[in-house]
Design a protein around this ligand. Structure first.
Ligand code: ZN
Length: 174
């Protein structure tokens, strides 16, 4: 028997689907199919009814939502609405997810090695002395490289350290 050693994204996202369902409910009374359609619209992916209806039933059992059934053109239509307890649950959950999101966002932020400005997307990377470093723009990268180069030249005239990386050695010889 083989064991699964890795997660796929769908597995990890399953709880976010429930967050999505609660977010929809928080915005006002809704139907199961509306939740599914809105999900498709937002994420360009299908949300299986098996991920929606059993969860709605659980919420109903625990009195977080209440159901209103109406008949429309001889079709039964269920509308789900959060109870005050359900609204309180959502607010706590949103607070919690906002903190997780803020942490994830901070991790995604990079700082320019030269000017310290924060970069969220599209950092310019350069490998300096064997280390890949982020920069906000090519100008910062070239200024930083010049500074490092000058510092290395000054250092090598004072001491010869054999443990420096091969790049540093080549630079020093230039
Ligand atoms: Zn910069």
């Amino acid at each position: 028997m083989t064991r699964k050693h890795s997660f796929n994204l769908t597995e990890l996202v399953s709880d976010f689907n429930r967050l999505h369902i609660l977010t929809m409910l928080y915005q006002g009374p809704t139907h199961g199919y509306q939740i599914i359609n809105q999900y498709k619209h937002n994420f360009k992916k299908e949300l299986s009814p098996s991920a929606v209806y059993p969860f709605l039933h659980q919420l109903e059992e625990k009195h977080y939502i209440k159901r209103t059934t109406t008949v429309n053109e001889s079709k039964l239509r269920n509308t789900f609405e959060l109870t005050p307890t359900g609204q309180a649950l959502c607010r706590n959950l949103f607070r919690y997810f906002t903190e997780i999101h803020a942490t994830a966002f901070k991790i995604m932020l990079q700082t320019c090695t030269h000017c310290n400005s924060q970069i969220y997307k599209g950092a310019h990377h350069e490998t300096i002395n064997g280390t890949k470093q982020p920069f906000c723009c090519i100008h910062c990268a070239s200024t930083y490289k010049q500074t490092v180069h000058t510092q290395q030249q000054q250092t090598t005239t004072i001491q010869h350290t054999p443990s420096t990386s091969p790049d540093a050695f080549v630079d020093a010889k230039l």
